[in-house]
Design a protein around this ligand. Structure first.
Ligand code: BG6
Length: 492
């Protein structure tokens, strides 16, 4: 039994020491859309008690201007006066320039010395270095005996080389254990459940290997387009934006060996082994086993939407992919011969993120007229968070035919209360210093090592860019990719 449960339900080890959260990019979109609401949720749930929030930015705001901005960001919570005041009176603003050492001296003067410091970089990647360097120079990156951590958003480099250089730069100034690289997919409840499902149940792990599994399919399909992020996305594309991080993290979680305990380094040791065992794709493999697409105009939910090249800020000649699909292999004893099918895209017909484990057919088919298909286990990451197991069942009646039925577990009905937002969980972990759900330096570098050759071939236009209609399930040729492994993608 857990001994030290607080009234609010959080064990002592999940409660942060007194801390200051320092937010760079305090007036930005990420801070107001994700960070402040997540932080307020933690406050409302009683998960944090002794804290200060300091926003740092260029705008000439006073504390009260900053508080007004935060209040707007958390307006949907309908706070009462006590909560409002209790929360906002701990929020302060420091105006400054990220390149100006004097600004950091001002920061150092207001940040209290007797507590942990968590610096959150909700800024574009070109600002990571000046901020981290200045934090270091002003003595804010090491505060013994208190912790000083830094949370770095994505993208983490645009190539393996850039990621390595950035890692080098950061770890010269912060301890690796204090660097928190976000992959918000790891904060999703259903993603965390992958490990619990696999290692907390005795019945699946014995069949979790190439003797029983035919292939694994990982899909992250979105209906949204590039939104207002053309400047970033034009430099990124789906491969960098989604596959290098979110999809490979999902692959690592579903494929990793059981760690000897669920501590951050042991879990990440196992994940990195999977990423390192990804079979590098040769030029020929890239041609045969990867596919890239871009959406053209179409219909989403009955609404006409423009094509990618017509979106504001996008080069009309752009060759940036908004869809990526590939077949990967893991060269390990457990997974040898099991294809991992990965696909992601924007402006597809349905929003769905899932991992489908396709089992092999029974050794012999006793019901040749009747077979409904091989078993599948689907982790539904979003929406309709849950798990589905597909089984063959006899159709009732005078027939001997069977078909697939599903056994469903739905988070919504199973637990009756909503799951926390990914950012809430991740923020709490950074405040505590638990990096299990953050990506370690070697994981990021191993992911890039797999992606780099594909990226180079795609950048050189060696793989044709296929157009697909917005609202469809992606380029038609993606079916051909699935047929290579003798199957088809699950319907979107
Ligand atoms: C982000 C990508 O990391 O993930 C976006 O940059 C994408 O392009 C988003 O839309 C998807 O996240 P979610 O949580 O909505 O599935």
């Amino acid at each position: 039994m857990e001994q030290n449960i607080f009234a609010e339900g959080l064990p002592v080890r999940r409660r942060p020491h007194p801390f200051t959260l320092l937010v760079f990019g305090a007036s930005g979109d990420l801070a107001s859309r994700k960070l402040y609401p997540a932080f307020f949720s933690l406050y409302r749930e009683g998960a944090i008690d002794d804290w200060f929030l300091i926003g740092f930015g260029r705008r000439p705001w006073s504390d009260s201007d900053f508080r007004q901005e935060i209040e707007k960001a958390i307006a949907s919570f309908r706070l009462n006066e006590d909560e409002r005041q209790g929360f906002l009176e701990r929020c302060f603003y420091v105006q400054g320039d990220i390149d100006d050492p004097a600004s950091y001296e001002r920061l150092a003067a207001v940040i209290k010395a007797d507590r942990d410091l968590v610096s959150y970089l909700a800024v574009p990647p070109e600002q990571y270095r000046p901020i981290i360097d200045n934090l270091h120079r002003s003595g804010l990156s090491r505060r013994h005996p208190f912790a000083s951590r830094v949370v770095v958003e994505k993208p983490f480099g645009r190539s393996g080389q850039e990621a390595r250089a950035l890692n080098e730069f950061i770890t010269e100034r912060y301890e690796e254990s204090s660097v928190f690289r976000i992959d918000h997919y790891l904060g999703k409840e259903t993603v965390q459940n992958i490990a619990v499902f696999r290692f907390g149940n005795g019945i699946f792990e014995p069949i979790w290997n190439n003797n029983y599994i035919h292939h694994i399919e990982i899909t992250v399909a979105e209906t949204v387009g590039v939104e207002k992020r053309a400047a970033y996305y034009e430099q990124s594309g789906a491969l960098r934006d989604m596959v290098q991080n979110h999809l490979l993290q999902l692959l690592a979680l579903v494929a990793m060996e059981p760690p000897t305990s669920f501590s951050s380094d042991l879990v990440r040791d196992e994940k990195v082994k999977v990423l390192r065992a990804l079979r590098p794709l040769s030029d020929l493999d890239i041609l045969a086993n990867t596919l890239r697409g871009q959406y053209k105009a179409g219909l989403i939910d009955g609404q006409n939407v423009p094509g990618y090249v017509e979106e504001p800020g996008v080069d009309p000649q752009s060759k940036t992919e908004t869809y990526a699909a590939l077949i990967a292999h893991i060269d390990s004893w457990r997974w040898y011969g099991v294809p991992f099918m990965l696909r992601t895209g924007k402006r597809l017909g349905r929003r769905v993120s899932e991992i489908a484990v396709h089992f092999k057919k029974p050794a012999m088919n006793l019901f040749p007229q009747a077979f409904g298909g091989a078993n599948q286990l689907v982790f539904r990451i979003q929406p309709d968070e849950g798990l589905t197991l597909y089984l063959n069942t006899k159709i009732p009646g005078l027939t001997d035919r069977s078909r697939m039925v599903s056994m469903d577990f739905l988070y919504g009905t199973g637990f009756g209360h909503p799951s926390p937002e990914a950012y809430e969980r991740l923020l709490l972990d950074a405040l505590i210093g638990d990096s299990t759900l953050y990506t370690r330096r070697d994981e990021v570098e191993a992911s890039w090592a797999f992606i780099d050759p594909i990226r180079q071939a795609w950048d050189a236009q060696a793989v044709p860019l296929l157009l697909y209609e917005a609202g469809s399930s992606g380029p038609l040729a993606a079916q051909g990719l699935a047929e290579r492994i003798g199957d088809h993608w699950r319907r979107l």
